[in-house]
Design a protein around this ligand. Structure first.
Ligand code: 1DF
Ligand code: MN
Length: 355
């Protein structure tokens, strides 16, 4: 890497909002599940089978970085000019395990995360892992993680064994997030088993494109499924500049109105607000993996200066030139500080006295 490209002391703190970790014991569980096929989801087998089986430099560097949330992580943040990382358990988190195992792992990883944040309180922060496959336990764990451990919200890695959060059986989790006033980071996963096949044979199932198809679909299902009529204060964060949804804003509104008017689908009922209004009022967007000026400026203009936040997607996309490109965005000083720092402080309720 070439850290000289990064401005050393900019007039803002760089808060990176979608940064991954994986405890060593869970890394071993993933590797075992690849070998014994105990997690049959073909997307999981493809994603973690690649990392497990690859002898490449990328895979070994990634495995070292993702398991380190101590001093090694902070040293790399120094080199990259990251003031704060908001850590979350990497995809697919605890979601593929049976409900009891997932719930126990969510608790133990949240405890570990809180402990490491206590050791680096000005540099690390974090989101709670939950096991949505047991919705009531997930809502309880979210409450514990926020009120007892000081975590800042929760992450869900898209589909839950082929199911989506518009299904009312998951709504206790959304009710808890709204009541606690913390955001849900809807992070990608590989497409659900029902849709992954045509992605797999061309290597398109993961971060190149499949993640965005899966996660954009998930967010849209929540919107047209009426989640935000029921939970009007719920805030959702999408990475990767909104998984392409901002580009579709106009057409989604136009077509949704027609689908409702013509009574085309029993699962698409009238909403209190247009999908574009929900995407502006209940969603925030981060730049993970998409630190590319034309697309960032488009989302800034379309969704609003208060809705866009910086993210690197460490350790999956560690490119110092991207930090330099974001420093150089053609934004006012006020908007740039919102982008790198103050939007994240507000959305995640961070301490603003640190650093
Ligand atoms: C990758 C990218 C993997 C992201 C991830 O989790 C992930 C990747 C396993 O590049 O394979 O979270 N990402 O968010 O872009
Ligand atoms: Mn990510």
């Amino acid at each position: 890497m070439n850290p000289q490209t990064i401005t050393s002391v900019p007039p803002y703190r760089r808060i990176a909002t979608e940064e991954a970790w994986l405890p060593p014991e869970m890394a071993q569980m993933y590797l075992r599940a690849i070998q014994d096929k105990s997690i049959p989801d073909p997307g999981f087998q493809s994603l973690w089978g690649f990392f497990a089986g690859s002898q490449s430099e990328r895979a070994s560097t990634l495995f070292r970085r993702i398991q380190d949330i101590g001093d090694g992580r902070v040293r790399e943040m120094d080199a990259l000019g990251t003031d704060v990382q908001i850590l979350s358990l990497t995809c697919p988190g605890v979601q593929p395990f049976d409900p009891a195992t997932g719930t126990a792992l969510a608790k133990s990883t949240n405890d570990q995360l809180a402990e490491t944040i206590r050791r680096h309180p000005t540099r690390l922060d974090g989101l709670a892992a939950v096991a949505p496959q047991d919705p009531q336990a997930a809502a309880k764990e979210l409450e514990r993680a926020v009120t007892k451990l000081g975590l800042r919200g929760l992450i869900i890695n898209s589909h839950i064994n082929g199911e989506y959060l518009d299904d009312q059986k998951f709504w206790d989790i959304l009710a808890a997030a709204e009541a606690l006033n913390v955001p849900l980071y809807l992070h990608p996963n590989t497409p659900s088993p029902q849709m992954v096949e045509p992605f797999l044979s061309r290597g398109l199932d993961a971060a190149i494109y499949g993640f965005a198809c899966e996660t954009g679909l998930h967010a849209l299902r929540m919107i047209v499924g009426g989640v935000f009529d029921r939970f009007p204060k719920l805030q959702v964060v999408l990475g990767h500049l909104g998984e392409a949804l901002p580009y579709w804003l106009y057409r989604i509104d136009f077509m949704h109105a027609g689908i409702v008017r013509s009574d085309r689908c029993a699962g698409a009922r009238p909403l209190q607000r247009k999908p574009s209004e929900v995407l502006r009022q209940n969603f925030h967007y981060t730049t993970s993996g998409m630190c590319w000026e034309p697309a960032v400026m488009y989302v800034h203009k379309l969704m609003g200066a208060d809705r866009l936040m910086y993210a690197m997607d460490y350790p999956y996309q560690v490119v110092p030139e991207e930090v330099a490109a974001m420093d150089a965005l053609p934004l006012s000083a006020e908007h740039k500080k919102m982008f790198f720092q103050t939007n994240a402080e507000r959305v995640f309720g961070l301490r603003t006295d640190a650093g």
